[in-house]
Design a protein around this ligand. Structure first.
Ligand SMILES: [Zn+2]
Ligand SMILES: [Zn+2]
Length: 347
């Protein structure tokens, strides 16, 4: 037998052709010459087959091209390499489909153009419409939120939202924020992640969390509820004095629901959980720290002049130690005077 095309004697693959001539006269892959891609000018998402994707342009292009090409099943061990060249006007891609037919390598080249069109995506149009499904209300008990807390809360919420968006939740966004009543409100587009964020803030700062809901209508055939999560931060903060069960403490640090404190009469440090401190009373902040003149001192006791009454009073030292200055820092809480815990020489 000989090939009707090249005349060579040998094995005829199909239709009177040797495999070499069969490969030359057939194409094994097919794809579009033009791909129209819709891009949102605000968030950079791309629409493909009626759904919006966010991600890197090159990755999305690869994904779309791979999905829009036909490759003959006769071809084994197939591969596809895509190389795109972006210019201001257009993107041209070279697609090479490769594989093996009966062990003979086959390679086919295709060129295609990507045309970009602009359109506001579903998420951005919701965002511009002020859409929200949840409100995170953050307040503090019996006080305003501090600047540090506000900064911390803002970066936590923005970080969580960003993180969830990277993980694929492109429908999540912060619609608005509003400073009010000494606290802050965050409006979020989705209630489930809002609940997760609310819990994280609560776990970090302690305090209390409450939720309420309101039916706001239908979305994709489902009832939608607008959730409000109220997180009330505890009344105490770092560097504030508190009383608990007839003892007095200075708060050294707060991390999650662990609060490191120092007891003022012994200068001993302990850690409380936020639940324990719910019963604590906040006495005040750094403003309560005063200087007092040292009159005399022994190993266990110090005699000072009360800066308010000018009376000389005895204060027990938390441990045997010596103050080598003529002034010491004190804190007056209720009727008690404590030496302010500072690094001091031991006796
Ligand atoms: Zn031939
Ligand atoms: Zn968008």
């Amino acid at each position: 037998m000989f090939c009707v095309e090249c005349g060579q004697e040998g094995h005829i693959f199909r239709n009177g052709l040797c495999i070499g001539c069969y490969i030359k006269s057939h194409s094994f892959s097919n794809g579009p010459k033009i791909i129209d891609l819709v891009r949102c000018p605000h968030c950079g998402s791309y629409r493909y087959k009626n759904s919006w994707l966010s991600g890197d342009f090159k990755e999305i292009i690869q994904h779309i091209i791979k999905n829009s090409f036909y490759v003959n099943k006769e071809l084994k061990k197939t591969g596809m390499s895509i190389e795109c060249n972006e210019t201001d006007e257009t993107t041209t891609c070279k697609v090479i489909v490769s594989g093996f037919l009966d062990g003979i390598p086959v390679s086919e080249k295709h060129m295609l153009n990507i045309r970009l069109k602009k359109m506001v995506c579903d998420v951005c149009s919701r965002r511009f419409g002020g859409y929200y499904e949840a409100v995170l209300q953050i307040r503090a008990d019996k006080r305003k939120l501090s600047e540090d807390e506000l900064k911390m809360i803002r970066s936590m919420i923005e970080g969580f939202v960003e993180n969830l968006r990277i993980k694929g939740n492109r429908g999540l966004f912060i619609t608005d924020t509003d400073m009010r009543h000494g606290g802050v409100d965050f409006y979020l587009s989705e209630s489930k992640p809002a609940q997760t964020i609310a819990k994280k803030i609560y776990e970090h700062f302690g305090g209390e969390i409450k939720q309420s809901s309101k039916n706001i209508g239908m979305k994709n055939g489902r009832q939608i509820y607008r959730m409000t999560y109220l997180i009330r931060l505890p009344s105490y903060q770092k560097n504030c004095f508190i009383s608990l069960n007839n003892s007095f403490f200075l708060i050294l640090s707060i991390s999650r629901n662990k609060i490191r404190v120092v007891e003022l009469s012994s200068w001993k440090e302990t850690i409380f959980d936020s639940k324990t401190l719910q019963k604590a009373t906040v006495m005040g902040h750094e403003k309560l720290i005063k200087n007092a003149i040292v009159v005399s001192q022994s190993k266990d006791e110090i005699q000072i002049m009360d800066p308010d009454t000018y009376k000389v009073v005895y204060v027990r030292k938390p441990q045997p130690m010596f103050f080598d200055s003529d002034k010491v820092k004190i804190v007056k809480l209720d009727d008690h005077i404590f030496l302010f815990p500072e690094k001091t020489k031991l006796f």
